[in-house]
Design a protein around this ligand. Structure first.
Ligand code: SF4
Ligand code: SF4
Length: 288
C-alpha cells in the first residue's frame, strides 16, 4: 500500500504527519521524501544514508556545422527551450523538459543527447525503517524527472522486499504534487482550520479528486480558526481521519525535530488510530 501525505500549501504539518505515521505503522514501511525542492523528512527520521547517486535528464546539444536552419526543432518545442532566431540556433537547457522530440525530428542529425544534472537520490535506513529521498540541485527548477528517479529507486526497493510506503509529497497542486500522488493507493490531505488552510485544501481536493483515489483529511492545529474546514469536508463527503490539537507543546516538539507520535501516549494513540483508519479506507473507497 502506498499512502501519500499531501497538502495544498506548505507549513500545514505534512512532514510531521508523515514522520509520525512511519513511527507507528504496523509492519514494514518505507519512508519516501518526494518533496525534492525542500526535503526535510530526514531531519525527523535521522536515517543512516547508505547510498547515493546523481540523477540526470537528457537534453539536446547542437552541432551547428550540420544545422541547415530548417527551424523544425524550434517549431516543435513547446517550451521554447530550442529556438531558431534568424540564422542563430539557441538552446536554453534550463527550460528543456527532456522529451527528446527535437533530437528525433532534426533532419540533419545536428542534435544529439547531452545530460543535465537534476540533483541526487539517496537512501538508507533509520530505526523506523528504510528511507529514500531526492534533493533537487540548487538552481534547478525541474523536479518531476528527479521524482521519477526517486520512484524508480522505490520500486527496486519494494520489489526486493515488499513493504508499505509512506510518501511525503511536495506542497501545492502543481505538477510535482500531482506527480507525487498519482500512483498512490490513498491520499491524506493535511490542513489547518485557517482561511489559507481551507482555501488551499479545497484546491488540493479539487486537483486530486479526478484521480478517484481514496482521500482523507488530517486537521492540524485543531481548535484554532473557525468551522469552515469541517463544513467543507462534510459537504464534500471527505472523512476527517484525525485532528491534531492546537497546542504549544506540540509546536515546540516539532521545532525541536521530534516525531510527534513519540512524544506522548495520547499522540501515539492518535497516530496509531490514524494509521488504522488509513489501512481500512485504502482500497475500499473512492473519493468524490
Ligand atoms: S528535448 Fe523536448 S523540451 Fe527539450 S528542447 Fe527538445 S523539444 Fe524542447
Ligand atoms: S531541426 Fe536540426 S537542422 Fe533544423 S534548425 Fe533544428 S538543429 Fe538545425
Amino acid at each position: 500500500m502506498k499512502v501519500t501525505v499531501a497538502s495544498g500549501k506548505g507549513g500545514t504539518g505534512k512532514t510531521t504527519v508523515s514522520a509520525s505515521l512511519i513511527s507507528v505503522w504496523p509492519g514494514p514501511a518505507v519512508a519516501v521524501d518526494l518533496d525534492v525542492e525542500e526535503p526535510n523528512l530526514h531531519l525527523f527520521l535521522h536515517p543512516e544514508i547508505s547510498g547515493q547517486r546523481n540523477a540526470f535528464m537528457e537534453i539536446p546539444k547542437a552541432d551547428e556545422s550540420l544545422c541547415s536552419r530548417c527551424g523544425q526543432c524550434s517549431d516543435l518545442c513547446q517550451f521554447k527551450a530550442i529556438s531558431l532566431m534568424g540564422e542563430v540556433l539557441m538552446l536554453f537547457p534550463e527550460m528543456c523538459h527532456g522529451c527528446g522530440g527535437c533530437i528525433s525530428i532534426c533532419p540533419e542529425g545536428a542534435l544529439s543527447a547531452d545530460v543535465r544534472l537534476l540533483g541526487d537520490v539517496s537512501w538508507g535506513h533509520s530505526e523506523k525503517g528504510d528511507f529514500i529521498m531526492g534533493r533537487l540541485r540548487i538552481g534547478e527548477a525541474m523536479s518531476p524527472p528527479l521524482m521519477r528517479a526517486v520512484k524508480a529507486r522505490l520500486e527496486d526497493r519494494i520489489t526486493a522486499s515488499p513493504a508499505d510506503v509512506i510518501i511525503d509529497a511536495p506542497p501545492g497542486v502543481s505538477c510535482p504534487a500531482v506527480n507525487a500522488v498519482m500512483d498512490s493507493d490513498m491520499i491524506l490531505l493535511v490542513t489547518e482550520p485557517t482561511p489559507f488552510g481551507v482555501y488551499d485544501m479545497k484546491l488540493a481536493h479539487q486537483a486530486f479528486a479526478p484521480m478517484k483515489k481514496p482521500m482523507g483529511v488530517v486537521v492540524n492545529r485543531a481548535g484554532m480558526g473557525n468551522s469552515e474546514i469541517y463544513d467543507y469536508c462534510k459537504a464534500e463527503n471527505l472523512e476527517i481521519l484525525a485532528e491534531i490539537p492546537y497546542d504549544r507543546r506540540i509546536a515546540e516538539d516539532y521545532a525541536n525535530g521530534c516525531i510527534i507520535a513519540d512524544t506522548s501516549e495520547p499522540m501515539r494513540q492518535l497516530f496509531t488510530g490514524l494509521a488504522e483508519k488509513i489501512r481500512q479506507k485504502a482500497g475500499r473507497e473512492v473519493s468524490r
